[in-house]
Design a binder for this molecule. Structure first.
Ligand SMILES: Cc1cc2nc3c(=O)[nH]c(=O)nc-3n(C[C@H](O)[C@H](O)[C@H](O)COP(=O)(O)O)c2cc1C
Length: 488
């Protein structure tokens, strides 16, 4: 069975024929990912024009394209044709489809302008070596296609034929082209070898090594990365994907963004103390001292727990809404901490264990009214949340207050593409630092936590995991007496 490579332009490339010898190739701009690319080709020979038209439609093998140019232009135009072919490959404009007996099996699609792929497939040949699927490679459905991708790769491989999906599955264990042929004998050995070529070029497979040794396609830096972390890193930064990124607001016209604050959760409300900011401005320790003295404090003075007044001041200085204003797509707010996109997606839920003046319960902080809404008493679930926080806090002490921070995800997801969750985590860091600094200025005991149980908290407050769930926790209490306050 004949195996061949068919070259064709990427589907998103526009080919505009302006005159019989003039053609414009255009790749559209992708926000924050790739600028628009325009190639103006002038004095194009009829043979080259025919080759470009073939690449833009059904595609052709390198031999077919060469023959086309030869037939129409003669051999004199071949160097020019190869010059442009090389240019199209380097710019990542060409896809390679593996075809056996006229049946397309798999297509390699470059994702970036500088795809770092070997220039010619034929120069890049697998040996009798055994190969294994990279632990970073993954299959997923994209519209009606099954796609193999990897955060190591600047390309994706569309698995058009299910036999290729079978080969990918077999590659979970080390395989040579020959052993794969025994598993999937419906494909020729040459085709399997060429399929391995695609996978190798796209960094989906690497040479298999002995058990216990570093895989050949990994080094010490890479071996420390987990699959989900590297995928998140590569897909939330520009460089090796071709997805839209940034504030694209792709749901405009379909549904409205979530409101700036949550609808009321309970009628049982407590007014919180509001500090005099002018007085604080005069009396607070200097900024440098607060920054220098900021530290995590994991034990408390349970003889004299944090007070309702302190909690009120703390929440006012860190998380209240200072101003609500209209944007073209809905309302936004300003709060004391910095927030990417002014989305202000966080909700604060103080789980109060020990606080002078406020009964132990689960509350929600209303940042507009500066009130606490009481959601429930100390249920077993709340005891469990507090106990888990104690364990995460080096088992040092039971928290006086555990502030669970959730995100109303759609505030960010509605606005942003590719970078939404990364933005939420960056915003959380900004909130953490604000909580730390204000707690330090107030001589309270602060400590961020990193590993709360999101499902447990969603079940406790009754939120949908995908709509609003916890992304962080923060412990707060009174400082033990042996902790010296703000002296340098
Ligand atoms: C994102 C984040 C997660 C954290 N998670 C925990 C945690 O789970 N348990 C804990 O005891 N401390 C946690 N901390 C506190 C750090 O351990 C602490 O900030 C670090 O050791 C530096 O000490 P310092 O804050 O006293 O300067 C976390 C801090 C941050 C910013």
């Amino acid at each position: 069975m004949l195996t061949s490579w068919v070259l064709s332009f990427k589907k998103i490339l526009s080919v505009i024929e302006e005159a019989s010898d003039c053609v414009v190739l255009q790749l559209p701009l992708i926000p924050l990912t790739r600028p628009q690319l325009t190639l103006n080709l002038e004095a194009v020979s009829p043979g080259l024009m025919a080759a470009i038209q073939t690449l833009a439609t059904d595609g052709g093998t390198e031999t077919e394209l060469t023959n086309l140019v030869m037939q129409i232009d003669g051999a004199s135009q071949l160097p020019n044709f190869y010059y442009y072919l090389e240019k199209f490959i380097t710019l990542g404009l060409l896809c390679y489809t593996l075809v056996e007996a006229e049946r397309p099996l798999a297509t390699l699609v470059p994702l970036s302008l500088n795809p770092q792929l070997e220039l010619r497939l034929l120069r890049f040949s697998v040996t009798q070596q055994r190969y294994r699927l990279s632990r970073f490679a993954y299959c997923h459905r994209n519209q009606e296609e099954m796609v193999l991708e990897s955060p190591l790769s600047h390309a994706q491989v569309i698995l058009t034929d299910s036999q290729c999906a079978m080969l990918v599955a077999e590659l979970a264990k080390p395989q040579s082209a020959e052993t794969l042929y025994h598993k999937v004998p419906t494909l020729s050995q040459q085709t399997i070898q060429q399929f391995l070529n695609i996978l190798l070029m796209a960094k989906m497979i690497g040479e298999a090594t002995e058990e216990g040794k570093l895989p050949a396609d990994e080094n010490l830096a890479l071996t420390q990365w987990e699959f989900h972390d590297l995928l998140f890193h590569s897909r939330s930064r520009a460089g090796r994907h071709s997805n839209s990124a940034g504030k694209t607001q792709r749901f405009v016209g379909q549904f409205s963004p979530q409101p700036v604050t949550k609808p009321q959760m309970s009628k049982d409300r407590i007014d919180l103390y509001k500090p005099d900011l002018q007085k604080l401005n005069e009396e607070d320790a200097p900024f440098t001292l607060i920054v220098e003295k900021r530290q995590s404090v994991r034990s408390y003075n349970d003889e004299e727990p944090i007070t309702a007044r302190q909690l009120g001041e703390f929440l006012y200085r860190t998380a209240r809404i200072k101003r609500i204003f209209a944007k073209d797509y809905g309302e936004c707010s300003n709060r004391p901490y910095v927030n990417g996109g002014t989305c202000y997606e966080f909700e604060l839920y103080p789980v109060i264990n020990l606080c002078q003046g406020i009964p132990a319960s689960l509350y929600h902080y209303c940042p507009k009214e500066h009130q606490l809404e009481r959601l429930s008493g100390k249920t077993p679930q709340i005891e469990e949340l507090l106990e888990q926080a104690r364990l995460t806090n080096f088992k040092v002490s039971m928290p006086q207050i555990l502030v669970v921070i959730t995100a109303r995800f759609s505030r960010v997801l509605w606005n942003y593409e590719s970078i939404a969750y990364a933005t939420i985590l960056k915003n959380l860091g900004a909130l953490y630092q604000t909580l730390y600094l204000v707690a330090t200025a107030m001589n309270l005991a602060p400590c961020a936590l990193g590993t709360g149980n999101t499902d447990l908290f969603a079940a406790t407050v009754g939120t949908d995991y995908y709509t609003e769930s916890s992304v962080g926790e923060f412990l707060l209490g009174s400082r033990p007496t042996d902790y010296h306050h703000l002296d340098l």
